[in-house]
Write a protein that binds this ligand. Structure first.
Ligand code: F0G
Length: 449
């Protein structure tokens, strides 16, 4: 059979809430044209993020029931640690309440003013946590990634020559670590090849610089390597993921993505001295090192999720679903970051709405219109989120794992095409109020005219 179906059946359902265009217009005004400020019960289909929004499996729910809530040394921690160790091979596994907690601890221990931290592309919390220590966060994507329409196999790769230049210019002592984000979320959900990971590792190793993975979507990246990189077609996603982790000295991980958990994360390292410092900080704000801000049942859900996510049938379906959304809107003339990424489709809002200047936030304007049209929530990844550091004006449609069906995707396609059909009438926005950090979460906007 050629049809790719959801490799699960549905046992428990949640109602979706419909609304009228008039209601949505009023709610959007009330939320100051910022979709983060909308209550979830005013959303029909929520593509704000794939983070923490997964549907858990019967296996995960069953495991949660045996959660051991002991303060120290719980069985749940040992099951969690074994699952992470088996996958990643790292010597020290430190649970955290989510990815950014791992980032904060790692960068507090490793970074200081004057340091530079290269990444293929930093995610917003990664950049903010690095800058909070006084260090600089440097994006080094491959130059071809600047062209949203170029259909490259591994558009998430780091520019290895630029990394080498950065190290030569800054000096290795000013670079406490280099990071590669798999898949490259801010760069369009694009994968990184094993060859690129290996090249980055070699450059780092030659200069004694620790090499870390931001591994949030490691399984989706492994699937792309399996499908696209010569020599990997016969390997399982798990074997490929193990090879990716084996190249690195440590990782940060948000279990809210490729572990199907609603909360959680971890920090890993092979460096015992660093691990000791990290655990000291962990105790200060997250909790004892055998629970790190999580309940025992959360650790159980993550352990099971890490095993489920490398399933071939699941990954085939997951990628087919994302590709379906991308191909159907791109086929009808809506420019997306090509080729479709793993967890999301990114519409090139600057290209779709050329009459809206960057300073009037075409991505945000498009997100507002998609909500007004059909009750769909998406997120701007552009000048609102990154300010002057933004390379593109994108609208991200992130697909929660195992949550929406094919007919939901058809509805999303129809809605996007309806908005695109009236694109000339869409106006820009201006910011009327904003906080000093991570402004996209709480900034207030109003239409420009
Ligand atoms: N790194 C990457 C690449 C991410 O995508 C995220 C979160 C984090 C780190 C931080 O993890 O949320 O558990 O603290 N990304 C979400 C998103 C929020 O919508 O892309 P966290």
């Amino acid at each position: 059979m050629k049809t790719i179906i959801e490799p699960f059946r549905i046992k428990s359902v949640e109602p979706l809430r419909r609304s009228t265009p008039e209601e949505r217009a009023a709610w959007m005004r009330e939320a100051h044209y910022n979709l983060f400020l909308l209550d979830a019960n005013r959303i029909l289909i929520d593509l704000l993020t794939d983070s923490g929004t997964s549907a858990m499996s019967t296996g995960q729910w069953a495991a949660m029931m045996r959660g051991d809530e002991s303060y120290a040394g719980s069985e749940s921690f040992h099951r969690f640690r074994r699952a992470v160790e088996e996958l990643t091979g790292f010597r020290h596994v430190i649970p955290t309440h989510q990815g950014r907690a791992a980032e904060r601890i790692l960068f507090t221990v490793m970074c200081k003013p004057g340091h530079v931290v290269p990444n293929n592309t930093h995610f917003d919390t990664t950049r903010a946590n690095i800058e909070f220590t006084g260090a600089a966060a440097l994006d080094l994507p491959v130059p071809e990634a600047a062209e949203t329409q170029a259909p490259l196999d591994f558009k998430g790769n780091m520019d290895v020559a630029a990394l080498q230049r950065t190290i030569d210019e800054a000096g290795a002592t000013r670079i406490p670590l280099a990071i590669v984000t798999v898949t490259n979320n801010s760069g369009g959900g694009q994968p990184v090849s094993m060859a690129n990971l290996r090249a980055v590792r070699d450059v780092c190793r030659a200069r004694g610089i620790p090499f870390y993975l931001d591994a949030c979507r490691f399984a989706e990246n492994a699937w792309f390597i399996q499908q696209r990189e010569p020599g990997y077609g016969g390997r399982t996603p798990k074997q490929i993921a193990q090879e990716m982790f084996a190249l690195a000295d440590g990782c940060t991980f948000s279990a809210k993505k490729d572990a199907f958990a609603n909360i959680g994360g971890f920090l890993c390292t092979n460096d015992s001295r660093l691990a000791a410092l990290e655990k000291d900080l962990l105790i200060l704000t997250e909790g004892f090192p055998t629970y790190g801000g999580l309940a025992g049942r959360d650790l159980e859900a993550i352990a099971v999720g890490l095993d489920e996510v490398v399933d071939q049938d699941y990954l085939d379906y997951r990628m087919a679903s994302t590709r379906y959304l991308g191909r159907h809107i791109a086929g009808a003339g809506v420019p997306i970051v090509e080729p479709p990424g793993g967890h999301a489709i990114y519409v090139d809002a600057a290209r779709l709405l050329p009459h809206i200047p960057r300073g009037e936030f075409p991505g945000q304007a498009l997100a507002v219109e998609l909500y007004l049209e059909a009750g769909i929530r998406s997120v701007e990844i552009g000048s609102v989120m990154f300010g002057d550091a933004a390379r593109h004006e994108l609208l991200r449609l992130a697909i929660p794992r195992r949550v929406y069906t094919q007919s939901h995707m058809d509805y999303v396609v129809e809605a996007i095409l309806a908005v695109a059909a009236r694109k000339e009438a869409i106006r820009g926005l201006r910011i009327v109020e904003e906080p000093p950090h991570l402004r996209h979460f709480s900034a207030k906007f109003e239409p420009t005219s």
